[in-house]
Design a protein around this ligand. Structure first.
Ligand SMILES: [Zn+2]
Length: 270
């Protein structure tokens, strides 16, 4: 089995996880910037984090033969502080030319607040002005549908944004249709028991097909499973999917999306 991990917060994981992923067939890992589990006190905290994502983590991944890619942003939770958000946005440009940066992400909404919306628009402008891919986090709260719609509306209102260059992550049964119908890519984040489980993700594939969609683990500092993608692939096999169908969703689709960035190198052997 071969796969790409499109959404791993590897700074929070151990080297054992890298090793297990490599052994399971991982060919590359992509790491969006996110909330660290606490609010950073200044822009300097983000500067160090972006150095970690662009310099240190690629070296750690390389020890296990894994190419490491990343995405930059200030996450929605910390975007409530508009002054801090502006400071962080101003340093992102410095890092945008690093060889492992694929785009802006994971941006989006958490509580669908006014400040979050303002900072979301600024990120979209930054991505559009610099021809970057976009990776979006959708809220987990009960208003996921409303939050997803708000995000899609903001993206669609900017004529420079091409939906095929944006992936909307954390989709579920009630949001995947609107994402795909508008031409965006959809990411299904796999969780062991709550939210989107492997079985629900496979149900979604059966209903909506396997174009413009991927699965990811979103492993981070919380309870999460770094091998969620190969485990879901195993479940696909058990439910009768053939190896071509599995390879398409867990390997070829992430490559198709990420290859829209000139910085992404297709793993050997495709
Ligand atoms: Zn994430």
């Amino acid at each position: 089995m071969r796969y790409i991990e499109p959404h791993g917060h590897m700074v929070s994981r151990t080297t054992d996880d890298y090793q297990a992923m490599a052994i399971a067939g991982c060919q590359a890992v992509s790491e969006p910037a996110f909330w660290a589990g606490f609010d950073r006190s200044s822009v300097q905290g983000f500067y160090d984090y972006f150095c970690q994502l662009t310099q240190h983590e690629p070296r750690r991944a390389a020890m296990f033969g894994l190419p490491h890619y990343t995405w930059l942003c200030i996450n929605p939770k910390e975007s409530e502080d508009l002054k801090l958000a502006d400071e962080v946005l101003s340093i992102i440009l410095e890092f945008m030319d690093c060889p492992n940066v694929l785009g802006i992400g994971e941006i989006g909404l958490n509580k669908n607040s006014r400040n979050e919306m303002l900072v979301l628009e600024k990120h979209i402008d930054l991505a559009a002005s610099n021809d970057q891919l976009i990776l979006v986090h959708t809220p987990h709260l009960e208003d996921k549908r409303k939050g997803t719609q708000l995000i899609l509306d903001v993206l669609k209102s900017d004529s420079r944004i091409r939906p095929e260059r944006c992936i909307i992550d954390h989709v579920e049964e009630h949001t995947v249709g609107m994402v795909l119908d508008d031409g965006f890519w959809a990411g299904m984040t796999l969780y062991p028991e709550t939210k989107c489980t492997s079985n629900r993700a496979i149900d979604i594939l059966e209903l909506y097909g396997n174009e413009r969609i991927w699965m990811n683990s979103a492993c981070d500092w919380g309870i999460s499973v770094p091998l969620a993608v190969p485990r879901a692939a195993q479940e696909m096999k058990r439910r009768g999917c053939n190896s071509r169908q599995i390879d398409k969703v867990i390997y070829q689709n992430p490559i198709e999306f990420m290859s829209q960035s000139p910085r992404f190198n297709t793993p050997e052997g495709l």
